[in-house]
Design a protein. Sequence first.
Length: 618
Amino acid sequence: MPDLPLVSVVSCSYNNSKYILDTLNSIKAQTYPNIELVIVDDCSTDNSVTIIKKWLKSYTGIYKFIQLKKNMAGGVSYNIGLQNATGKYYTAVDTDDVILPEKIAIQVKILEESDDDVAAVYSDAYLIDVKGLNVKGQFIQRHRKFTKPPSGDIYHELLKGNYIPVLSLLIKRKVFDELGGYDGDLVYGDYDMWLRIAAKYKILFSDYVSGKYRIRPGSLTNTIKNWEYSNARIFSKHIDAPLPIRWLYDIAWKAYLNKDLKTLSVIREIAARINDRILMANYLLGKFDISRDNGELIITRIHKYIANGLSPLIVNGDDSDVNVFLNEIIHSISYELQQKIICDGYLADNENVKLLLDELAIKTESPYFITASMLWKMGIPYTFGEPLLKVLSEKIGEKINSSIRKVETGHSYTTIGNRFELGSDLFIDEIMPYLNDELLLSFAYNAYANDNKKAIGLARNIVKKNNDRMLQTSGLLWEMNLPSAIKKELLEKVRAAIKNGLSPVITKNYSSNMQMFMKEVFPLISEKDYQKIATEIYYSNAKILAPVVKKMERITGSRYFKAVLRLWRFKINAFTGAIILDRIDDYCKRKLNNFYIDLCIYKDIGGAIKTRNSDLFR
């Protein structure tokens, strides 16, 4: 057939065993004689391969059958088919669709008579159900409302949405050599391909309805859950064209709600290229993990500003996300909403919001944002930071431009160009006056209890500033490297004593931490609590507090405290010691004079002999 150009029909199969014979038989029934059939099975798990092989035994035409060992999906399998297609013309038929007998013959004639600027021809398709029965309507009218489908330069119309059925197209094979194959990164590649072709060539419309498109629940169209990334990627290739902006807004909003940062990164690229503030805002909402309630307020506010004459996107697309947020979003939202965004980010420990907060503190010089930045950077958890910030917010209201002083290096903050580093002096001089004693005490205790060295530096300066007994005790206990359980117990003692009228201020200077502890903290411990604290000291092996236990023993003369000291000295482990102390406690309560050694002691003596622990035998 030298006068008839070869047509490659590529049919990709994946688990379509119920319908594949209808597809193959429709190809076999074509009136056009010069066809090359390329079948690609995308690693089907049903009996599709068996059906295909059996059908090919009776097929007399030219064919290639390619079985993939791994499911590739999307455009990859069609690219494999395209690579094996050698015809002048190319058409693709999914293995659940059907082409009508005159399709190829009619379309080849149209393309043979067309100009060089024509790349393809398309038509409409009937609709059928899973049983092959006709469904009311046709493919194009289901997707778009045309008086007559466009023909020739259809690019701008196609940008509004796909309306071309895959099976209906016949394409000049050489076009793919110029444009490349299908985009394998997309969940579907046909619409992307039609747009790329239409951007450079004409695509003609044929009145001949060339096939039947099957509507079924298990089809790719009906099972794809996330179209947003593919849609965004497709439109990113056509930046200079009149893009369907409402569709893009919908893509961006869904990507934001789904926390789909992959899609949002493409949205950012589009936003920067077409100067669209709404698209950029959607990207930033996702980037900074802003809640839906806040996001709706922000998008609504930006729409309102644009409607009132605000210019479109004004920032450089290469600028940082933080700067874009500050330049494009922050002026559109209230101070309260700014605070809410920061608190949400602080609660989630979102590093992106932390960077935003740093710049926001610098830009506004707001005591609220400066304090939030300091607390967050110092590792103070949100559970403490939130009530402190709430009090601060109530004190300063919406006053963004505060009275925070710009002084020389070494005071409130250090100037570095137009930036500053937040320091403890700034907190003490400018923030602390807003805070009550309870919050300050909680701050210091939190810093010491969590061994937060950054916050401890600030807590120490707070101690120096107000000489508070509770704060000084917190610092003392931290410096003595005491276990958390003991610290909490003793701090509660101090707190209770202050509430009961003890002076909150320590006026004396002590030569050592232990001297201060014995003079200021020990007197607050009641004898009924001696045993609990002494036991905890032993269990925690807090040797620095051995003098405390010795003093308890001297005051009470109790066998219990003598036992604690001996167990400690003889390096008896805490598990065994607990058994012994429990027995001794029982003897003491019953005022028994005989002291019996528990059997477990013998085990420890045996261990001491093996380890040559001579202390046990002194």
